[in-house]
Write a protein that binds this ligand. Structure first.
Ligand code: NAD
Ligand code: WQD
Length: 341
């Protein structure tokens, strides 16, 4: 069975390719234009798995180039569509770039899915679709509030586009997976997140500070009405996210009765504060982190974490890694990067 992964050179896509190559007999083809990654990722995947796969340097905004991938591979059984831009502040600064890339790539993928008759699709969605919710934990039934950024809006629109597409093409099936805060690295420490510029996200900021690439972590706000005053998030190991994709695709392929478009949260269900995340890092690394508590970051919600019952029940998925595992693997990866992996 042949599976097309878009954005396979990126953070979550690469871990998902590893998961597929290690645990299934599926053939993988990856499409990426290295807008936020590099071809070197594929070398790392091959080293970890000792398996081969095909890859194409294609911009998914280019429908003709995208079609050529499908023409060369007329036997694709499923698509996992990761490719998108994902930096929230950048999306506020460059909204058109985000709408253009994230929406047009999705439309082109769906057009090819229809033209080349590919029955199954997994779409990367995000907890950012929930906006500023009052209800915790969030379930898939929680009403979506206004998207807080153009990025988040591309995911709300993306889910809606998949919905509308599946309604009129009911021989196709899709699952949108709403990831909470994916962090960590492959347990080997040989593949992980590789921010091309100064990271916005907490965990790469922590590991880069600890290794000396960055001077100091600023914790954004210590005066929230939470137990320790810092924000709460649902950090989830990237390999747990990856395993959910394999299960989700297996369900679509095997289960003829699976609902046409399912939306499923992927989180641990456990809220962890920024200070707790920092303490977990210090514990597993044995390093004291240089941090200060600073001002709140605009646009941050106080707390968000998932109800993950639907993923457990529908996919038979259970996350296996805790916050310490996440921090330890991220730290191993950062150290390997320093040693010019
Ligand atoms: P990433 O940037 O590491 O990976 C995305 C990949 O897509 C990159 O390799 C990039 O080069 C590629 N890409 C982007 N636009 C493309 C285009 N037009 N044509 C071809 N390739 C293109 O990001 P990630 O963290 O792996 O995220 C994967 C998906 O998961 C994204 O859709 C993202 O929005 C979603 N998501 C990520 C997070 C997170 O915190 N990492 C959380 C929720 C959802
Ligand atoms: C986590 C916590 C910060 C950096 C983002 C997107 C979301 C999804 C996941 C894609 C927050 C605090 C951070 C720092 C800090 N991505 N922090 N100092 O904002 O929860 O979610 O990634 O879909 O859409 O918005 O993740 O890692 O930026 O922040 O104190 O230098 O760490 O305030 O509480 P966030 P994050």
């Amino acid at each position: 069975m042949k599976i097309l992964i878009t954005g396979g050179a990126g953070y979550i896509g690469s871990h998902t390719i590893i998961e597929i190559l290690e645990n299934t007999d599926w053939e993988v083809i990856s499409v990426d234009n290295y807008a936020n990654s590099s071809e070197a990722t594929y070398k790392r995947i091959k080293e970890i798995t000792n398996k081969q796969f095909q890859y194409y340097n294609v911009d998914l905004k280019d429908v003709e180039a995208t079609k050529k991938v499908f023409e060369a591979n007329p036997d694709i059984s499923g698509i996992i569509h990761f490719a998108a831009f994902k930096a929230v502040p950048e999306s506020v600064a460059k909204p058109l770039t985000y709408y253009d890339n994230n929406i047009n790539s999705l439309i082109n993928i769906l057009s090819c899915q229809k033209e080349f008759n590919v029955p199954n699709l997994i779409f990367s969605s995000s907890c950012s679709v929930y906006g500023n919710v009052n209800e915790l934990p969030v379930t898939e039934e929680t009403l979506l509030e206004k998207a807080e950024s153009p990025y988040a809006y591309t995911k709300q629109i993306g889910e809606r586009i998949v919905d509308d597409f599946i309604i009129v093409n009911n021989n196709y099936k899709a699952i949108s997976l709403r990831y909470f805060n994916p962090v960590g690295a492959h347990k080997s420490g040989l593949n992980g997140e590789l921010p091309l510029t100064t990271p916005n996200n907490l965990v790469p900021y922590i590991t880069q500070t600890a290794i000396g690439k960055l001077k100091q972590l600023t914790i954004f706000g210590g005066d929230y009405p939470t137990a320790d005053g810092t924000c709460i998030r649902d950090y989830i190991h990237v390999s747990d996210i990856a395993s959910a994709h394999v299960l989700a695709l297996q369900k679509l392929i095997e289960n003829k009765d699976f609902q046409n478009h399912n939306i499923i949260n992927l989180g641990t269900g456990k809220g962890v504060s920024v200070l707790e995340a920092v303490k977990a890092f210090e514990k597993v690394s044995g390093k004291k982190l240089n941090y200060v508590i600073g001002k709140r970051r605009e646009g941050d919600v106080q707390a968000i974490y998932a109800n993950n019952q639907k993923a457990q029940q529908l996919l038979g998925w259970k996350p296996i890694y805790n916050i310490e595992d996440m921090m330890l693997s991220a730290w191993k990866w950062e150290q390997n990067l320093q040693n010019n992996l």
